[in-house]
Design a protein. Structure first.
Length: 139
């Protein structure tokens, strides 16, 4: 069951800092050891001039926002993401979700998913489709 009743227009957000430890752990879990994420010397010679976080770290944070914002027990069915600006180590990112459509008869919702840095730069834009938890399915 949902922890709270949600309707079209419902929004939720949270803020988190992207740390070096987070990036290194994500590299180990994903196997993506691209030096742009891990090597300061390498990154100095790129267009970014310093290390950037894996874009999918923000994707994972969107998953967290869906659970924390809408409620546990739902299922992630799909996600499109557009990586607009880089996220650097130590950036603080705010992930915001907004329900844009609910098909109650199917228990499916469409959710706008965005992430921004403290300076207002959008870093990720996207949309998710989720299967909302049905009454009695909450665990």
């Amino acid at each position: 069951m949902l922890e709270k009743e949600v309707e079209v227009g419902f929004t939720a957000s949270f803020k988190t800092q992207i740390t070096d430890q987070m990036v290194r752990k994500f590299a180990d879990v994903s196997g993506d050891h691209n030096p742009i994420h891990l090597d300061d010397e390498y990154a100095k010679n790129t267009r970014f001039k310093r290390r950037i976080a894996h874009g999918m770290i923000v994707g994972a944070l969107i998953s967290r926002a869906l659970v924390d914002g809408i409620g546990r027990g739902g299922i992630y069915m799909g996600q499109n993401l557009k990586f607009v600006n880089p996220v650097y180590i130590d950036d603080v990112v705010t992930v915001t979700i907004k329900i844009t459509n609910i098909r109650r008869e199917k228990g499916i919702a469409m959710v706008e998913t965005n992430a921004t840095k403290e300076n207002g730069d959008i870093v990720v834009k996207g949309e998710a489709m989720i299967m909302m938890a049905a009454p009695g399915e909450y665990v």
